[in-house]
Design a protein around this ligand. Sequence first.
Ligand SMILES: *[C@@H]1O[C@H](CO)[C@@H](O)[C@H](O)[C@H]1NC(C)=O
Ligand SMILES: *[C@@H]1O[C@H](CO)[C@@H](O)[C@H](O)[C@H]1NC(C)=O
Ligand SMILES: *[C@@H]1O[C@H](CO)[C@@H](O)[C@H](O)[C@H]1NC(C)=O
Ligand SMILES: *[C@@H]1O[C@H](CO)[C@@H](O)[C@H](O)[C@H]1NC(C)=O
Ligand SMILES: *[C@@H]1O[C@H](CO)[C@@H](O)[C@H](O)[C@H]1NC(C)=O
Ligand SMILES: *[C@@H]1O[C@H](CO)[C@@H](O)[C@H](O)[C@H]1NC(C)=O
Length: 929
Amino acid sequence: MMSSRTCGSVFLVTFCCLLLHSADSRTDPSEVNALREIKRSLVDPMGNLSNWKKGDPCKSNWTGIICFDSSHDDGHLHVRELQLMRLNLTGELAPEVGQLLLLEILNVMWNKLTGRIPLEIGRISSLKLLLLNGNQFAGSLPPELGNLGNLNRLQVDENNITGSVPPAFGNLRSIKHLHFNNNTISGEIPVELSKLPKLAHLILDNNNLTGTLPVELARLPSLTILQLDNNNFDGSEIPEAYGTFSRLVKLSLRNCGLQGSIPDLSRIENLSYLDLSWNNLTGTIPESKLSDNMTTIELSYNNLTGSIPQSFSELGSLQLLSLENNSLSGSVPAEMWENKSFENRKLQVDLRNNNFSDTTGNLITPDNVTLYLRGNPICKSASIPIVKQLFEDICGEKKQTSTNSSTPCSNVSCPYENVKVSPGICLCTAPLSIDYRLKSPSFFFFTPFIKNQFMEYITTSLQLETHQLAIDRLVDENKLRLRMYLKLIPKDKPKFNISEVIRIRDRFMSWSFGGNDFFGPYELLEFPLEGPYALTPKSGLSTVVWAMIVAGSIVAATAISVSVTLLYVRKRRENSHILTRKRFFRTIFREMEGVKKFSFVELSDATNGFDSSTMIGRGSYGKVYKGILPDKTEVAIKRGEETSLQSEKEFLNEIDLLSRLHHRNLVTLLGYSSDIGEQMLVYEYMPNGNVRDWLSANATDTLSFSMRSLVALGSAKGILYLHTEANPPVIHRDIKTSNILLDCQLHAKVADFGLSRLAPAFGDVEGEPAHVSTVVKGTPGYLDPEYFMTQQLTVKSDVYSFGVVLLELLTGMHPFFEGTHIIREVRMAHECGTVLSLADSRMGQCSSDKVKMLAELALWCCEDRPEMRPSMSKVVKDLESICQSVRETKMFSETTTLLCTKTSSSSSSVFSPLVLLPGSNLDSSFSKL
Ligand SMILES: *[C@@H]1O[C@H](CO)[C@@H](O)[C@H](O)[C@H]1NC(C)=O
Ligand SMILES: *[C@@H]1O[C@H](CO)[C@@H](O)[C@H](O)[C@H]1NC(C)=O
Ligand SMILES: *[C@@H]1O[C@H](CO)[C@@H](O)[C@H](O)[C@H]1NC(C)=O
Ligand SMILES: *[C@@H]1O[C@H](CO)[C@@H](O)[C@H](O)[C@H]1NC(C)=O
Ligand SMILES: *[C@@H]1O[C@H](CO)[C@@H](O)[C@H](O)[C@H]1NC(C)=O
Ligand SMILES: *[C@@H]1O[C@H](CO)[C@@H](O)[C@H](O)[C@H]1NC(C)=O
């Protein structure tokens, strides 16, 4: 926060200084000469530097040249930045670059430059960022670069560098980031690097380094990432001293030819990621408990012996434990998943090809936990459960973990781009698309929980709101790097304005928000200004604008990377007994899975100031309005009345609960607002209203029997989800026909979880549900008599209310009518064999068998004693067979049949031809055929 505010003011000051720009000074002639030489030795097939000819470099906006905004003591203007990222340049970087003596940023990333890195760069003592990655530079690293006492970041990764790392780099006293991965650098890691007081990331993977791992590195006071994978430290051991790194978060030494044993790393307080796989490590795995932050323990392909440390079961953030291909023995520790919540976590335990012969508990793992045991004696013994599928899952081939591809946005015409901002929500907007890569993250699975943290980190760093970021095209590159497109979405309008684009671009290009140790360093692969943002100097971006683009860059140089992690570490130290990491993230990452926080003004605007003409209903919670958001999305806004207002904390807890419920038969919560003492919930808008209205006597249209069966099935599935799949389970408490809404395709969706409370877990006694005692709430007519009398709420109370709903669907009547209750009436008619006479005549012709089946199911649900009622899953099964047999009796048209049987499929496109809006006569569409 502090740094961003500082940044803002520096930005302003710079902008003001710009106005004082002295008109008659010119660029230092030796720099002009240097730029000419640079241009001469580059090959520029796309003509990107074609304007490097005329006029003065600092005054005629040459592409990528950024100058100080006022002249120096010597009366000249000086080049401050050379920004030539991804311009399809080849050729060499001329040694004259060393004449740009006041340069702070030299950026030629992602071109195809060849030749050597000019040693003359070592003269530019003001240089802060030297970004040469993604070229084909050859030769060795010039020791002269060691003179760059102000250098913060040196990126030479993905080139063809050979030779060794110069010991002179031990003089880079300001350096934080040394990225040399993917070259052919050889020789030893010089001990001199251990003198670097600020070094945070030492990334040397995929080279040809040899020798021993210097013990002295352990002294680096600021090192958070040490990544040396795929080198040849043949026969070297991991120094015992590596257990004393003070700040380390990630230690990755995969495939390094290491021998000896694993040092005790339990004292490294923030260690999250450990990869020592594909070495020749021997001995046992140290027993002492690693940091609570551990996400990844990857020790596969070694010669480890002994058993799995007990302490691994206590690591509450662990995502991967991979011990495959070792000589480990003992028991498979079921404590790793037994009695643990995996709501926000995924865990993979890979123990293949070891000597595990038994287990301490249950091998049936919860959802989100996968276990691989193939190649262990346990798979041959009888102790494994004899369920074939289970055996296959655990002892069979490793499954390809399928990345669940989300459905793309539909091709609705849009002048910009349809961007998926959250599951099920697409916006037509002009996003800024940034090709971005996490170079060395400290997590293994990018779970929704971590993704939320990440989105919060990015948006906070960019001073945007969380919902202004969507992540597209995630590609996991060998589990080593994570590439993605960040789509930044303008707020409340289709396009960012120029100054916002410039501000955002500047923050990326200057690495002024680089430091989060958990997510690691990022790589900027491309920040294209194209389409609606085609703003290159070629198309007339003025000097002023270019100057503004980089105004913030100065900050980069002086930037202290304040990181989320550091903040949290400090917080945690202060309150270590109060705040666990998870709770901390929970509190700051309130906005869960696609639920947006709206301001009062936004919702007021959407409803024309809560105009009475936009009011569409009224519930126990308060009035319901139809709103139209600026992007034309229609929403239903429930505005809490003063009497229904909860405390802010309760309200947010409610949102937290609701945001986790996703099912096609539940109305989706899109957002909320808790501004200025008002509490509002924003739901998807359901154009076809509620089922009660469809059944009312004066409705113009009505639903056929098959449609009613589908409505019943749909809503039953929604309730079943609440009871069994929602985690924790939810009892609705207010099931009624006016809480079942129909979308534009007449799919039923259950609404209003306002009264929901967490359902109790099932008790110890078999079949005896536990209960929650609470004040009786609900709607008369639907209330479970047992609940009413004992105030003990169970899922069976919902079953009862749902039975009443079924009776209403069947008869069209209200629960209470003419002094009697619908249940009584139907029960009596059923006993007298006259139930058909009560069926709603508006349904048209329908099978008497089906009507009877439905009536019987409804009455079963309405049994007085809860234990006599069916469970929701039984109800769903029965309704499915009613829908199924509707097809078998061929009473309805082919299309109706399709509708009926496809209800359970997740694709809704099937229904498109059948879109029915109020006004069309459903009876004639469905039952006349
Ligand atoms: C910047 O360059 C563009 C085209 O390259 C030109 O039209 C514009 O006048 C230049 N601006 C200044 C201030 O020289
Ligand atoms: C670089 O080259 C590619 C392929 O020829 C082209 O699509 C792209 O627009 C070029 N980029 C620039 C900045 O010249
Ligand atoms: C650089 O290395 C890449 C891949 O190793 C290779 O394809 C390319 O030819 C090399 N370039 C030069 C100039 O040596
Ligand atoms: C680096 O080298 C490794 C091993 O050759 C390769 O898998 C990886 O794709 C390369 N590039 C990056 C960016 O890691
Ligand atoms: C790596 O170094 C070894 C000797 O240390 C050498 O034999 C090998 O050719 C080098 N590999 C590459 C790709 O340069
Ligand atoms: C491990 O050691 C064995 C013999 O001790 C050797 O054959 C093998 O190549 C080594 N593996 C690695 C990855 O260094």
